[in-house]
Design a protein around this ligand. Structure first.
Ligand SMILES: [Zn+2]
Length: 295
């Protein structure tokens, strides 16, 4: 079994990206795993602090590990948006493969100081854990927003990225390059798309020379995502699109079986709806090379 670091290196060499999908229940986990297996591509599942609180830190680690071992499949677990060292330590001890340490709300100096400490502390617990640092402003909340946040003042620069990476020794960097968390209602309806600053991504990659994550990928234009990968993005986060599919699928399952109370009879349409979104995003991130597989 390859390590996550090796798979990221491979993805970079092949000009593809690894999909990261947030989960907070078994429906989402089943859907992500099934889509990735069908396409035979590595995949990351992530849980924010809130999602981990709901599912259980050690419980989800055991679940993902059991899938990886039983099916000998490259599914990895990420502690998404971790805002304190204590929560990071908890995830590292539970066996998470990577940790997003997010102090992007602080000043860059304070972010550097505390992220550097976190990298040392987390690697002392597990030397192979990958630590991602965050700079700039990409908004908050993977949900449906009424208006888009103005992140124009929080865009990351190549110089800032280079300084942050060299000062903290993070393995992965999440910059602000036009991406934002969540989706507008018009994006859910397919009437508008997010666009990315591709030149900024290329400049950050050139100067910082590090793996890059794109957060808030939901609702982003497909062509922008392709270009972002070509410019150096290695991991792409999708959350809100899955949440929308989860709700639609659940409503469909409930509507289809009025009076039914058996969860495993109600929930399959939710698994299918999420799986479809994950599959289409994974095909895009992997250059469409796997589109025909399993057909
Ligand atoms: Zn994020």
């Amino acid at each position: 079994m390859h390590s996550l670091r090796n798979l990221l290196q491979e993805a970079q060499e092949n000009g593809v990206a690894i999909g990261h999908f947030n989960i907070s229940d078994l429906v989402l986990l089943k859907a992500v795993f099934a889509a990735a297996r069908e396409l035979n591509v590595p995949v990351l599942v992530g849980l924010s602090e809130g999602e981990r609180e709901f599912v259980g830190v050690r419980q989800i680690a055991a679940f993902v590990r059991s899938l990886r071992e039983e099916f000998d499949f490259p599914i990895f677990l990420n502690a998404d948006h971790t805002h304190s060292l204590a929560k990071g330590v908890e995830a590292a001890k539970a066996g998470f493969d990577s940790i997003v340490f997010d102090l992007s709300a602080l000043t860059i100096e304070e972010n550097v100081r505390q992220t550097k400490q976190a990298v040392e502390k987390l690697k002392a617990i597990n030397p192979s854990v990958l630590v991602e640092g965050e700079i700039g402003d990409i908004g908050t909340g993977s949900e449906i927003h009424e208006s888009s946040p103005d992140v124009s003042k929080g865009l990351s620069t190549p110089g800032e990225a280079k300084y942050f990476v060299e000062s903290t020794a993070v393995d992965v960097l999440a910059p602000s390059v036009g991406n934002t968390h969540g989706m507008l209602r018009s994006m859910v309806q397919g009437e508008s798309k997010k666009h990315l600053d591709i030149e900024r991504i290329a400049g950050i990659k050139r100067d910082a020379q590090v793996f890059l994550t794109l957060h808030g990928g939901s609702g982003t234009d497909d062509e922008d995502l392709r270009q972002a990968i070509a410019a150096g993005i290695n991991i792409i986060h999708i959350n809100t699109e899955l949440r929308v599919a989860w709700r639609d699928g659940l409503e469909h399952g409930l509507g289809k079986h009025p009076g039914e109370v058996v969860p495993y009879k109600i929930l399959p349409p939710a698994v299918e709806a999420v799986k479809e979104v994950v599959g289409s995003r994974l095909r895009l991130f992997n250059g469409g090379r796997h589109a025909a597989q399993g057909a």
